[in-house]
Design a protein around this ligand. Structure first.
Ligand code: SAM
Length: 363
C-alpha cells in the first residue's frame, strides 16, 4: 500500500504509522497536506494561547534527560513568590490570553498542594473566573488532583515521556520515584476526575525507535487523550543522557520526526488540542510555526518574569529566555499571521474532543 492509500484509511496500524514516520519527498508532502486539511476542517486555521508560567525549577525527581533534575547542582534554583505568579496571571488576563499554564518541577507535599490550591482560587478571583488554568506539575495523589480541579483548574498536562515501559526505564532512574506504572495511574486519575487530560512524549531520545514512536501515537489514541504536547528531545550537558549524545539522530531529523508525529496525531485524533512545543523552536527558529502548519493549534508564550527564565533550562538552546512578556506577544502575533493563522484571544480554546468524549458522541 502506498502513502496515499494509508492516508485514506480511518485507522492506522503500527506498521502504517511507521511508514508515515519514514515518509520522504512527495510522500512527506502528502502527509503534511492531509494533516493540514484535517486541521482546517475540525479546528480551523486558528491558534489559542496558554500564557506559560514556569513558577519553580525545584524538582524532587532525577529524570536522566532533564536540565532541572534534582541532581543538577550547577543550576540556580528559584521559586516565584505568589505575588509574582499572580502578576504574571494578571498580565495574561489583561492581554486577553484566555488561559495560563502553571508549570514547575515535581514536588509532592502538603505545602505545595495547599499553595497551588490557593493560587488557583486567587487567579480565578483576579480574572472573575475568566482565565482558564492548565496545570503541569507532575505526579500527585488523586485527592490532590481533585482539590485542584475543584478549585478551578480544568486542564492537566502530564507527559508519559515514553509509553514503552522498557524505554521509560532507560531514561529514568530505576527507583520508586520514577515509576512508569504510577505515571500511568496519575494520567488515569486525571481523566477520571474530569480534567481535560494531555500527555505526550519526547522525540528522538537515545534508544528510541520508530516502533516506539508509532506505539506512542497508538497509546495516545487508546488512552483517548484530549490534548497532546510533544517535542524533540534536546540534549543537556549537565544530565546523564549526554553520554549518548553521539548516538542521537541529528537535530534536524529529530525536528522533522516531531513534525511528522504532530501531523499523524492530528489525522488520528482530529479534534484534540495539540501544542506546538517550545523545544521545536530550539532547533529551528520558526519551529513552532512549522508545528502549527503540521497540525498544532496551541502555543504557550512564556510569561515567566524574565529574570528567572534562564534558570528553567530543560535543555540547551532554549529560545526566548531573554524576551520580555511584551516582546513575546508582539513577536508571536507576527509569526502566527505569517503562517496564515489567526490567534483567538479571550477564549479558553478547550479541546472539542473533551466534550465529545464525555458525551459519547462520534465525529
Ligand atoms: N515535571 C513536570 C512533569 O513532568 O509533568 C513538568 C515539568 S517538566 C520539566 C516538562 C517537560 O519538559 C517534561 O515533560 C519533558 O518532556 C520536557 N523535557 C525535559 N527535558 C527535556 C529535554 N532535554 N528535551 C526536551 N524536552 C525535555
Amino acid at each position: 500500500m502506498g502513502i496515499k492509500e494509508i492516508l485514506e484509511k480511518e485507522e492506522f496500524t503500527k506498521d502504517e504509522i511507521i511508514r508515515l514516520l519514514s515518509a520522504e519527498g512527495e510522500d512527506r508532502i502528502m502527509l503534511f497536506r492531509k494533516a493540514s486539511e484535517v486541521k482546517e476542517k475540525y479546528i480551523g486555521k486558528r491558534v489559542w494561547l496558554r500564557g506559560l508560567i514556569e513558577f519553580s525549577n525545584i524538582c524532587s525527581k532525577d529524570c536522566l534527560y532533564c536540565g532541572i533534575r534534582k541532581g543538577n547542582r550547577k543550576l540556580e534554583r528559584y521559586n516565584l513568590s505568589d505575588e509574582e505568579i499572580l502578576a504574571a496571571a494578571k498580565f495574561a488576563f489583561d492581554n486577553n490570553y484566555g488561559s495560563i499554564a502553571l508549570q514547575s518541577g515535581e514536588l509532592e507535599s502538603k505545602t505545595v498542594s495547599d499553595r497551588i490550591e490557593s493560587l488557583i482560587h486567587k487567579i480565578k478571583e483576579l480574572s472573575d473566573g475568566r482565565l482558564g488554568i492548565t496545570l503541569s506539575v507532575g505526579e500527585q495523589e488523586p485527592e490532590v488532583y481533585r482539590r485542584w480541579y475543584e478549585a478551578g483548574a480544568h486542564r492537566y498536562l502530564l507527559r508519559i515521556e515514553a509509553s514503552n515501559e522498557s524505554l521509560y526505564r532507560k531514561i529514568h532512574p530505576n527507583n520508586s520515584m520514577h515509576d512508569f506504572r504510577r505515571r500511568l495511574d496519575c494520567l488515569k486519575s486525571l481523566q477520571d476526575i474530569g480534567y481535560m487530560t494531555g500527555t505526550g512524549v519526547m522525540i528522538g531520545l537515545p534508544f528510541q525507535t520508530l516502533d516506539d514512536l508509532a506505539g506512542d501515537l497508538l497509546f495516545m489514541q487508546e488512552f483517548d487523550i484530549d490534548m497532546c504536547g510533544m517535542g524533540p528531545y534536546i540534549e543537556h550537558a549537565d544530565t546523564p543522557l549526554i553520554e549518548y549524545a553521539d548516538k542521537l539522530i541529528p537535530a534536524v531529523k529529530r525536528f522533522d520526526l516531531a513534525l511528522k508525529m504532530i501531523a499523524i496525531i492530528r489525522i488520528m485524533m482530529k479534534d484534540i488540542n495539540i501544542v506546538a512545543a517550545t523545544a521545536l523552536q530550539a532547533i529551528d527558529p520558526i519551529g513552532r510555526e512549522k508545528g502549527v502548519m503540521a497540525g498544532a493549534n496551541i502555543i504557550m508564550p512564556n510569561i515567566t518574569p524574565g529574570k528567572y527564565r534562564d534558570s528553567y533550562r530543560l535543555y540547551e538552546n532554549k529560545p526566548c529566555t531573554d524576551d520580555s512578556e511584551e516582546d513575546c506577544r508582539n513577536c508571536l502575533e507576527a509569526r502566527i499571521s505569517l503562517v496564515d493563522h489567526e490567534i483567538i484571544y479571550g477564549d479558553w480554546g478547550d479541546s472539542k474532543h473533551y466534550e465529545r468524549r464525555r458525551k459519547g458522541w462520534s465525529l
